[in-house]
Design a binder for this molecule. Structure first.
Ligand code: ARG
Length: 595
């Protein structure tokens, strides 16, 4: 089942071929001038030069050759040679019926299924999840769902940050707290009482300390090396910290409606590192550099300017080399990422690995991907960084709490829920339900508000955190969409209770035309979101669809109408609900039963 734009394109390709024009320019898409036509093709302008004719002339010839009268009337010509198409009532009605009958609400599947790993979330052990991990989790979850829905085999992997320097740092902090690691019983007793709150307090304190304390830094590095080198004591402490953090993070992910197929982390790639380093060595890829071992990834001539401490500016290779083994013998962030590629290629045999990670890590991934390609672990083109901008405060800088700290994810969700409750009470929504149901609705509204506000922006764009705006029941917001969807649910429920059945669709009113065109747009939005790894196309679709439904509902009463008209309108409403729920689900947004 194809959407109208695809079918129109097919017919227009025949016209272009008949005229000896490049069929690639025959593409028909939704018009950005709906007053002139529903669909448009700008190809006449693109091919004019090669054909040695005026675009107008080509457009006229193309319009004259249009013969698919069942699909659309002969196109009209606007401006310098745009072709504008308006579909026939028959084609539109058939399309509406197709969407209504289809369990996938008109969404196509990929032609060639791929195996895809989506690496997202990425919280760090010993640090609670904070707003920085919010976008990674929200966008990654949506991308994963979009890929799976289109038919790929997909694994979402949390890739916990659990093997780096921060582990050595927190272990060192604990050593100081206990006055050394001499007393085994004392260590064990302490580990039993360890909480995430404590870890979260220890980590930033020591991260700040280590900045200008070379001795401490050295100790933390040595502790990291000891952990990675297999010291049983370090491993035991690590395990306690890991488990405490993981439990809290699972709780946060659950609250956010984010779920992974693989709950793996950096540490899981560790067993592969010794052989990998040997392999890199035998391939002659490693170089000695001040006691560390590095892998150069810049091609000859690839340089960037770098400012030295003394103010001089020099040309250095770019990207920087990948640091594979530190001078203490530890694995670095890039090392575990490289080994994780080896691991994933072995375990999932992926055709594509997507890394949904902050745009600011672009250089890191470029290094890792090039290293993987050089070593023959994975082709460069199966590795892709899906970067995103930051969530900012009103000052335009990455969001901080009023006290200047990072906002914990749990606290953010708490604030959002608080606001959701207030808004629901103001609007008198759900207040007559049991307190448990009211809480459940408030939770869903809160998460919908946060997620939709994020996903409505192109991922590369940064946006300003504004809970008041996100939580409004009007405008382009999550709560508005939930409300619209739940309203359709309640109409369908009432119809059911009154014994009113849905029936064949017949389109009469302009608002029904508009709603059908909105429904028809789902597949294009889905394909764009898939190809560009950009859920905002679907967020946009959800909003457009909800608005089209509003217009339809205002003009075409459902239950007060009668007979075949009522049955048709009911079918349109049901199709809208099905598609809107699917779209929201792809964004990771859950609907309540009623509101
Ligand atoms: N833990 C990292 C961070 O907090 C993100 C991990 C991203 N994924 C990866 N494969 N490096 O910055």
């Amino acid at each position: 089942m194809k959407d109208l734009a695809t079918v129109l394109t097919g017919a227009n390709v025949s016209v272009f071929i008949a005229l000896g024009l490049d069929p690639k320019q025959a593409e028909v898409r939704r018009s950005d001038r709906p007053d002139l036509g529903e669909f448009q093709c700008n190809g006449a302008l693109a091919v004019a030069k090669a054909a040695g004719k005026k675009p107008q002339e080509i457009a006229q010839q193309a319009a004259a050759l249009w013969s698919d009268a069942e699909l659309a009337d002969k196109p009209t010509i606007a401006g310098p040679g745009f072709l504008n198409f308006t579909t026939t009532l028959g084609a539109l009605t058939a399309r509406a019926q197709d969407v209504a009958n289809d369990a996938r609400a008109g969404a196509s599947l990929v032609e060639h299924k791929r195996r895809v790993v989506v690496d997202y979330g990425g919280p760090n052990v010993a640090k609670g999840m904070h707003v920085g991990h919010l976008r990674a989790s929200i966008i990654g979850e949506s991308v994963k769902r979009i890929y799976r829905f289109r038919g790929d085999e997909v694994w979402g992997d949390a890739h916990f940050g659990d093997w780096g320097f921060q582990m050595g740092l927190v272990i060192t902090a604990l050593e100081d707290e206990l006055g050394g690691f001499g007393d085994k019983a004392k260590i064990e007793a302490r580990l039993k009482t360890l909480t995430l709150d404590q870890l979260e307090a220890i980590y930033p304190a020591y991260a700040a300390k280590v900045k200008d304390d070379a001795v401490l830094r050295d100790r933390a590095r040595k502790a990291t090396a000891a952990l990675q080198g297999g010291s049983a004591l370090h491993r035991e402490i690590w395990k306690a910290m890991h488990d405490v953090s993981m439990a809290a993070q699972k709780r946060d992910f659950h609250a956010l409606g984010v779920n992974f197929d693989l709950w793996l982390g950096e540490s899981d790639a560790d067993p592969l590192i010794p052989d990998m380093v040997k392999d890199l060595e035998s391939k002659g890829l490693l170089e000695e550099d001040q006691g560390a071992r590095i892998l150069r990834v810049a091609n000859p001539g690839e340089t960037k300017k770098k400012k030295l401490d003394d103010g001089r500016v020099v040309e250095v290779e770019s990207p920087d080399p990948l640091l594979v083994v530190s001078s203490e013998g530890s694995a670095m962030y890039g090392t575990t990422d490289l080994a994780t590629i080896v691991q994933r290629v072995r375990d999932q045999r992926p055709d594509l690995i997507l890394y949904v990670v902050d745009q600011r890590q672009a250089d890191h991934f470029e290094q890792v991907y090039r290293a993987a390609a050089k070593a023959g672990y994975a082709k460069r083109d199966i590795l892709e960084h899906v970067g995103f901008g930051t969530m900012n405060g009103a000052d335009g800088k990455p969001f901080k709490t009023r006290a200047g700290g990072v906002l914990k994810l749990q606290d953010l969700i708490g604030q959002a829920k608080e606001k959701a409750r207030a808004r629901l009470r103001e609007a008198d929504i759900g207040t007559d339900f049991s307190s448990q149901e009211f809480e459940d609705i408030a939770h869903r509204v809160a998460i919908a508000a946060i997620k939709f506000a994020d996903l409505t922006n192109f991922r590369g764009t940064s946006y300003v955190f504004d809970l008041d705006r996100f939580m409004s029941f009007e405008g382009k917001t999550g709560p508005y969409l939930l409300y619209q969807a739940v309203r359709i649910k309640s109409i369908l429920r009432r119809a059911d209770a009154e014994g009113v059945a849905a029936g064949p669709i017949s389109i009469e009113h302009d608002a029904e035309r508009a709603l059908t065109l909105a429904l028809d747009g789902f597949d294009a939005a889905l394909r764009a979101a898939y190809d560009k790894k950009a859920p905002h196309f679907l967020a946009e679709h959800a909003y457009g669809l909800a608005q089209a439904f509003s217009g339809f509902y205002a003009n075409c009463p459902i239950l007060p109408s009668e007979g075949a008209v009522r049955a048709s309108r009911l079918s349109l409403a049901a199709a809208t609900l099905k598609q809107l729920s699917l779209t929201l689900d792809l964004l990771g947004i859950e609907l309540p039963e009623r509101m």
